[in-house]
Write a protein that binds this ligand. Structure first.
Ligand code: DGL
Length: 274
């Protein structure tokens, strides 16, 4: 076995770093390789075909770096590309490798965060329009009443470091208000985009009442820990030197300047040309 076989973590841009932060805290011994497709972010408003094509390309790149397990730390890619990759591509591309997403682990536990049984989902247009959350939640908590709100401006504002501006507040308030106008009984809200923890405080500021804001990082980390325990055949392929490597399809200098905010500590990335 090659001694370096990191767990791959993928996002369209910086958002997946909020998940990687929690995963690396929960499972520090493994090696991790992050890939942000910053050159083509955001994915949120792109078609199914495009998100699938871009995501598959990035998954293949992570496989080439000897990742046996790849986490799509991106709701949009999880919603629009994961199933096709798992069912159509993996069997001939790499039958012993695995690609996992962030929607399933979140939907498996969301019923534990609500008392009113009315929940809200904030996400990109791609995630919301895919209906993936509705389908997955139905499997685990069919009693839940779900309202969704697409927030197409949020990722561009975050990626461009404008999320604390008055302009950002306008759009944050607008979508939070629209969600609660749809259903005032909501008492738990999924931050269904891995970028959103960065603006969690601003979202909270505009909530009409105290509500459980559910970020995915810890949930995904817990689920990965459990997955690795249940899949020793895959776990044994993951190398354990505590190494973290970062790749971006855009400029490493600008990636490093912004990544710290999302990851919580300094990051030095390399460019990956696709
Ligand atoms: N972090 C991605 C998600 O969770 C952002 C999507 C985008 O690139 O618009 O959906």
């Amino acid at each position: 076995m090659n001694s370096y076989s990191p767990i791959g973590i993928f996002d369209s841009g910086f958002g997946g770093l909020t998940v990687m932060k929690e995963i690396t805290e929960a499972l520090p011994h493994y090696d991790y390789l992050y890939l942000g497709d910053n050159a083509r972010a955001p994915y949120g408003s792109r078609s199914f075909e495009t998100v699938y094509e871009y995501t598959l390309e990035c998954v293949k790149a992570l496989f080439q770096q000897n990742c046996h397990l790849v986490i799509l730390a991106c709701n949009t890619a999880s919603a629009k590309a994961l199933r096709s990759i798992q069912q159509k591509d993996l069997p001939h591309l790499a039958p012993h490798k695995r690609v996992l997403g962030v929607i399933r682990p979140t939907t498996e536990v969301i019923g534990n965060y609500t008392q009113s049984r009315h929940i809200g989902i904030l996400g990109t247009a791609g995630t919301v329009n895919s209906g993936s959350y509705l389908v997955e939640i139905e499997k685990f908590f069919p009693d839940l009443v779900i309202s969704q709100e697409a927030c197409p401006m949020w990722v561009p504002l975050i990626e461009n470091n404008e999320y604390l501006s008055a302009g950002a507040d306008f759009f944050i308030q607008q979508h939070v208000t629209r969600l609660f106008d749809k259903d005032p009984l909501i008492d738990a809200v999924i931050l269904g985009c891995t970028h959103y923890p960065i603006i969690e405080n601003r979202i909270r500021h505009f909530l009409p009442k105290p509500v459980n804001l559910v970020s995915q990082g810890k949930i995904v980390a817990h689920s990965l820990k459990d997955y690795l325990l249940r899949h020793p055949e895959l776990e044994q392929h993951c190398s354990k030197n505590g190494k973290r490597t970062f790749m971006t399809t855009d400029q490493p200098e600008s990636f490093d300047a912004s990544a710290r905010l999302f990851f919580g500590s300094a990051v030095t990335s390399h460019h990956l040309g696709l």
